[in-house]
Design a protein around this ligand. Structure first.
Ligand SMILES: Cc1cc2nc3c(=O)[nH]c(=O)nc-3n(C[C@H](O)[C@H](O)[C@H](O)COP(=O)(O)O)c2cc1C
Length: 303
């Protein structure tokens, strides 16, 4: 059996398979289906400084080979996370990373400072790429200056592993990745959802209350792979790849493109145990290809 251990910043992962923010709750919702200690880590639902109701319904729509969502960062706020959720999940034998979202730089910093105090949370994922909120969110992630500004402020306030989640709704994602690397990010994760929309031709109305929403699932995989490949060549920090990973073969493609770890998102809604199956599949692939470590295939694309 090959060695699946990887490192992101200060942090060791028992294997490179993690679950994507907003698609896996806080992990506890999935314990009936799988052993959480068999995956490398969990990225929590986006957490903000204050409680957010999220957007009005309908906020999900199925699309060919994917889905649109406009949940709008519904959550009960970081204080509720700390008092009520953290005590329940802190002893899981896997890395738990909090996805920190916000509307202003001050919000991001205040949330990161609070999460910094939690012993059992070794990393945060800074979400500067949510397309479903009116203020903040993606606006920070679509320019080098905006991305750099928020990462600079959070880096001062947060001492542990800092992962920055990038938006695909840009023309040059590699330059944004370089900008956040320069400000001290330990890793980048990509991609968040692609901005899209769906229309009901009969009613002449949009399917989503917000009109536009974030596209995810198999339809985004070619875009995600291309961006992971471009970013992995442009930065020295490890890249976490995601977007449309539905099975082991998809995951392997991301490693070959240069990802050190992967996240599984929309696929959890189809098979809640998919992440464990992908861990097993990676093991089997590495054995079959005579590899002794996952690092043997990271960036090993022959092009
Ligand atoms: C219902 C839903 C909610 C999401 N919520 C968040 C969130 O709170 N924070 C975040 O950074 N990404 C969020 N995402 C984006 C996913 O983490 C992921 O980046 C995206 O769905 C692409 O991966 P996938 O194709 O494997 O789903 C959400 C996605 C979905 C489908």
């Amino acid at each position: 059996m090959a060695d699946l251990k990887i490192r992101i910043g200060e942090l060791e992962f028992k294997n490179p398979v993690t679950t994507a923010s907003g698609t896996f709750g806080f992990g506890e919702e999935y314990t009936d289906f799988m052993d959480l200690d068999r995956i490398g880590g969990i990225f929590t639902k986006g957490t903000t400084i204050r409680h957010r109701e999220g957007n009005a319904y309908p906020r999900m729509a199925e699309t060919p080979s994917g889905m649109l969502n406009a949940v709008g960062l519904q959550n009960k706020g970081v204080d509720y996370f700390i008092s009520s959720i953290y005590p329940r999940i802190k002893d899981y034998d896997t890395n738990i990373m909090v996805n920190v979202s916000g509307s202003t730089i001050e919000d991001y910093v205040a949330t990161a400072e609070k999460v910094n105090e939690l012993d059992k949370i070794p990393a945060i994922e800074l979400n500067i790429s949510c397309p479903n909120v009116k203020q903040g969110g993606m606006t920070f992630g679509v320019s080098c200056a905006g991305a750099a500004e928020v990462v600079r402020a959070v880096r001062k306030a947060y001492s542990k592993t800092l992962i920055v989640k990038l938006s695909p709704n840009v023309t040059d994602i590699a330059s944004i990745a370089q900008a956040v690397e320069e400000e001290g990010a330990d890793s980048v994760s990509l991609i968040n959802t692609l901005l899209g929309m769906a229309i009901d031709a009969e009613t002449r109305k949009p399917y989503l209350s917000t009109i536009t929403g974030g596209l995810s699932g198999p339809c985004v995989k070619p875009v995600a792979l291309r961006m992971v490949w471009q970013v992995a060549k442009a930065v020295k920090i490890p890249v976490i790849g995601l977007g449309g990973i539905m099975n082991t073969a998809d995951a392997i493609e991301f490693f070959l493109a240069g990802a050190t770890a992967i996240q599984i998102g929309t696929a959890n809604f189809i098979d809640p145990a998919i992440s464990v199956k992908v861990v097993e599949g990676i093991n089997e692939y590495l054995d079959r290809h005579g590899c002794s470590s996952i690092y043997d295939i990271i960036g090993a694309l022959e092009a």
